[in-house]
Design a protein around this ligand. Structure first.
Ligand code: ATP
Ligand code: ZN
Length: 589
């Protein structure tokens, strides 16, 4: 289509140039000094032998040249013996020039017709192609997994995500099994995380493992689409999938379709497309075995409607790979590449902090290209070094790859602080993951801390959660000094404040303030805060901070141990942390 557009534009240009030059030609020709002679004057001059040439044409006027080289024009007598008369009077008769003009005109007109026709033909062709493209868009072909054959073996790292997706494979393989128990199969799964972390790959692997067709569209394809086409496309996509029975529908960049609606962004058209998607999703039969997988880099910008139960209610974070995962990804992609013996993938994994899977793949690919250019037998360190800079070149300075070692250390101690305090004061909480790899939420790192499921939270639980929240900052202060505490604790402080305030204002857990709900007392709208409450909050916060500090100071060595492991491995799971703690307990005995 692009090519045809080019042709059409070229044709247009040629046409316009042709038109202008012809107009110019004829105008100039006309503009030449031409004397108008009456037929009698003409005959008079002819008799005097003053006429050199006459251009004989079949037109009302004829032109010619006098012996003194001036042009003239006169009426065409159209008599049968006119030519003979001229010849008899020694006048050159030129039937070509006139014809030439006529031919010129004819051929010019012909030229235009041909060009026009070609133009119309081409544009028809291209509009045919456009409509073909449109129908292709709405008739989305299923990509046969037989050809793609991507399964979990093609995805390295991402272990947690793989486990969640494993469940879905079973849903797809045996929907009947779940139907028997009246279980509702998840319809939508939202994969979210930074670019290039393998979201598309995982969706394909889901289809590949379950051996069902895979249909893919991208939300950005729907942007600037003709009215109504987007919604139609969604409908026919689902129709196609339903015809195939079990299948996976993948919608990449769903944020392009499902941005939060705030009345400013988002056109009617994307709204219509989004609504069509939501309708289709609630429309298909519970156990049809169709799973819609969507991917986005920004979960927080999505329209809430998308995340409601029965829609994309399963959300799986696909984060940047930690050092272990990076090594696995490097291993996966170096399988087909002749790496020099001295290349240590483990070391390389350590040097590629904050690289996504796509970037790692790119790194090895660039290295391979460099080696091929060099005609060396192996891809060696020199190639990898050079490729490294190609891959990170042109990236913003604030790219995470350039996060300084100091920042990593602070993050490591901060996160280790959260994890350790959890282990010491709330051993029933599950610390499923601690990492210094930034999450999509933008924090430096994070530790996942899940309190056990309980109907109520006790006062003690709440105090513990405040201490756990404060532990990050406490660790920073303890290790790096009061001067070097960071902004990294802002979310923690928010959480701790919220908990303390609600203990006082809502739950009647403070003796001094008493069992009053202050929001009701003051009225919500004023939001006024009593000095007494502020003072009490501050006192409690300071007290809990001190207590947390004591806990970490007593376990300083262990804190260092966890932080150092974090710096080496970047993420630790509960088992790893337990091992470290047990080891240090044994050593202490
Ligand atoms: N965990 C991984 N294992 C193996 N390859 C990976 C992994 N992550 C990324 N890749 C490589 O990166 C490429 C891009 O990944 P993919 O398209 O799945 O990323 P994405 O998360 O969907 O990115 P985007 O958000 O930009 O769409 C893959 O084709 C694959 O080569
Ligand atoms: Zn924190």
């Amino acid at each position: 289509m692009r090519l045809n557009k080019k042709i059409i534009i070229t044709v247009m240009i040629v046409l316009i140039i042709g038109l202008f030059s012809s107009v110019a030609y004829f105008t100039l020709y006309d503009k030449k000094e031409v004397a108008h002679l009456s037929y009698n004057e003409f005959v008079g001059k002819m008799n005097k032998g003053k006429i050199k040439t006459v251009y004989l044409v079949d037109a009302p006027k004829i032109q010619g040249i006098l012996k003194d080289s001036t042009s003239f024009e006169t009426d065409n007598p159209r008599t049968e013996n006119f030519k003979e008369m001229l010849l008899v009077n020694n006048v050159q008769v030129d039937e070509n020039k006139g014809n030439l003009m006529v031919t010129n005109i004819i051929s010019f007109v012909g030229f235009i017709i041909v060009l026009g026709a070609t133009g119309i033909f081409l544009s028809r062709q291209s509009s045919k192609q456009t409509s073909r493209e449109f129908s292709k868009m709405s008739n989305m072909e299923a990509i046969d997994q037989g050809d793609i054959k991507i399964n979990f073996a093609n995805v390295a790292g991402n272990e947690e995500a793989k486990i969640s997706i494993m469940d879905l494979v079973d849903f797809l393989k045996n929907p009947e099994k779940y139907a028997k128990y009246g279980a509702r199969i998840p319809r939508g799964v939202m994969l979210y995380g930074p670019p290039g972390t393998g979201k598309t790959l995982l969706a394909k692997a889901l289809a590949g493992e379950a051996n069902v067709p895979f249909f893919a569209v991208s939300g950005s394809d729907f942007v600037q689409i003709y009215a109504g086409l987007g919604a139609g496309r969604i409908r026919s996509l689902f129709k196609k999938a339903r015809e195939k029975g079990k299948s996976v529908i993948f919608i990449d960049e769903i944020d392009a379709l499902g941005k939060k609606r705030d009345g400013f962004n988002g056109s009617d058209e994307t709204d219509r497309t989004l609504n069509a998607l939501l309708t289709e999703m609630s429309g298909f039969n519970e156990n049809d075995g169709i799973i819609v997988v969507a991917a986005t880099n920004r979960l927080d910008t999505l329209d809430d409607a998308l995340l409601r139960p029965g829609r994309f209610d399963r959300q799986i974070e696909i984060g940047l790979p930690d050092v272990n995962a990076r090594q696995q990804i490097l291993k996966l992609y170096s399988k087909t590449k002749p790496l020099a013996k001295d290349i240590d993938l483990k070391k390389l994994a350590h040097e590629t902090v904050y690289f996504s899977g796509a970037k790692l793949e790119n790194l090895l690919n660039e290295s391979a290209i460099l080696a091929a250019k060099d005609n060396t037998e192996f891809i060696d360190l020199k190639h990898i070094d050079k490729a490294y800079y190609t891959v990170i070149a042109g990236e913003e300075k604030k790219d995470r790859s350039t996060i300084s070692q100091k920042d990593r250390e602070i993050t490591a101690y901060h996160e280790a602080g959260h994890a350790l305090v959890t282990k010491v004061i709330a051993p029933l909480n599950k610390v499923s993951k601690v990492t210094i790899i930034p999450s999509t939420k933008g924090a430096g790192g994070f530790s996942m801390n899940i309190p056990p499921d309980k109907m109520y939270r006790t006062k003690k639980d709440m105090i513990h959660s405040v201490k756990i929240a404060l532990a990050g900052r406490v660790a920073e202060e303890l290790i790096f000094g009061e001067e070097n505490i960071t902004t990294g604790a802002s979310n923690d402080i928010e959480k701790a404040t919220q908990t303390i305030v609600s203990m006082i204002k809502q739950f009647g857990m403070n003796k001094k303030i008493g069992m009053l709900n202050y929001d009701i007392l003051h009225g919500h709208s004023q939001g006024s805060v009593d000095d007494e409450i502020v003072n009490e909050c501050r006192r409690i916060m300071e007290e809990l901070y001190k207590e947390t500090k004591t806990i970490l100071a007593e376990n300083r060595e262990l804190l260092g141990c966890i932080a150092k492991q974090l710096l080496i491995r970047e993420s630790l799971n509960e088992e790893d942390i337990d091992k470290l703690i047990n080891k240090s307990i044994k050593e202490a005995l």
